[in-house]
Design a protein around this ligand. Structure first.
Ligand code: GLN
Length: 394
């Protein structure tokens, strides 16, 4: 039995593909989680918190050392100073932050603009709040090695008198696009014109690969801070996706909505993990630059291998996914292609139509995660070569 609101969404593609990967003993480049561990100093800090008795309910809006560490982290990243006690809310992962934004700030019938492809929970969270999702496509690059593009006119057309919010994601999952300052300016200008709020999912904020194309938070643009909720987490930055420690940073007026929902969704987030997360943010420099360097190499290695196999490769500037075109293999849509990959090559990937309202835009694409050990990626490439070689029609 599933409510009418959630019935259209079925089981998440991530759970589904990981299940199939296990069943077929495939190399799993589908669900985005590292197959290596997060830093020992962070795990040790959480262990010490458990051992020292930090095991009862946390402060509902976040343990004080963590909200302070988040405010400092945000200031180092954006130059914006926020009040840790009044403007930061710790949530059980960024997914909960997004759900809390929707349930706490969106009324039935309000429109929420999403970049398409969108991370799957966005649309479900809009639906849970009774909102109406509107879509603005990121256009697939036509030249090899290109990046996805946002069209200003298409963006403007997705806003209207009922627009309450825009929910964006940069660096972007699944495309790896890092929105430019100019594109963020277009989004900001639409939000201001329609008096809409901006919910900015920045979980991949530190995972950017091009020195000349840094991550920019839309909160830093003129007039945007007062209407923006920045959501992030430690999951991707510290390779601890199972911890589910995230946050929402917003002015008090918007934090009120986030907290109104959060207190009844989870009430509070796991106490010892919050103390571990605080240590992670304080000592980020000991871990993050090394991770970024490794991910950059993994991206380059996988992109080159996929291109040599006959995929139409795009260039992720951030996050840890690569979206490529599989049409040279002539194997039908993305779902059929991924089925063939897993069964015949023993490699699991994500069929991206799960991230599209307009399914046809995702049909020729496939998403691979590269947040994996080099040996895992090499094994995946070996299997792809054996399973696909020679079948690309150029
Ligand atoms: N963010 C991860 C991905 O895109 C998946 C998270 C999940 O499984 N819910 O692959």
């Amino acid at each position: 039995m599933v409510s009418a609101r959630l019935r259209p969404f079925g089981t998440t593609i991530f759970a589904e593909m990981t299940r199939l990967a296990i069943e077929h003993k495939a190399v799993n480049l589908s669900q985005g989680f590292p197959d290596f561990d997060g830093p020992a100093f962070v795990r040790d800090a959480a262990g010490a918190a458990i051992a020292s008795g930090k095991n009862q309910y946390a402060r509902p809006y976040g343990e004080v050392p963590l909200v302070e560490a988040i405010a400092d982290w945000h200031e180092r990243g954006t130059g914006l100073r926020v009040d840790p006690l009044a403007e930061v809310t710790v949530t059980s992962g960024c997914t909960e932050a997004i759900a809390a934004c929707m349930l706490g700030l969106i009324d039935p019938g309000d429109e929420v603009v999403l970049l398409e492809p969108y991370y799957d929970c966005y649309r479900a969270c809009v639906a849970m709040a009774g909102g109406v999702a509107k879509f603005v496509p990121l256009r697939t690059p036509t030249e090899a090695g290109g990046v996805f593009t946002l069209d200003r006119a298409e963006l403007r057309a997705s806003f209207g008198p009922r627009t309450k919010a825009v929910l964006l994601n940069t660096p972007h999952n699944p495309t790896g696009k890092v929105l430019t300052r100019e594109e963020l300016g277009w989004i900001g200008e639409c939000a201001i014109e329609h008096d809409a709020i901006v919910i900015s999912d920045e979980v991949y904020e530190k995972l950017v690969f091009e020195a000349d194309h840094p991550h920019v938070s839309i909160a830093t643009l003129p007039g945007m801070r007062e209407r923006t909720i920045v959501c992030s987490s430690i999951g991707k930055t510290f390779s601890l996706t199972g911890w589910k420690v995230g946050w929402a940073i917003a002015p008090e007026r918007l934090t009120a909505g986030v907290r109104a929902a959060h207190q009844f969704l989870t009430f509070a987030t796991a106490t010892p993990l919050q103390h571990g997360a605080a240590e992670a943010l304080r000592r980020a420099d000991e871990y993050v630059p090394g991770l970024v360097a490794e991910l950059r190499e993994s991206r380059d290695m996988l992109a080159e291998a996929l291109a040599s196999l006959g995929f139409g490769v795009t260039r992720p500037e951030g996050a840890y996914f690569i979206m490529v075109d599989h049409s040279a293999f002539g194997d039908g849509d993305d779902v059929a292609f991924c089925k063939r990959l897993i069964e015949r090559a023993g490699v699991a990937a994500i069929p991206p139509s799960a991230f599209y309202n307009e399914k046809s835009l995702g049909r020729s694409l496939v998403r691979f995660a590269f947040c994996k050990k080099r040996a895992t990626l090499e094994e995946a490439v070996r299997r792809l070569r054996a399973g696909l070689n020679g079948s690309a029609v150029r």
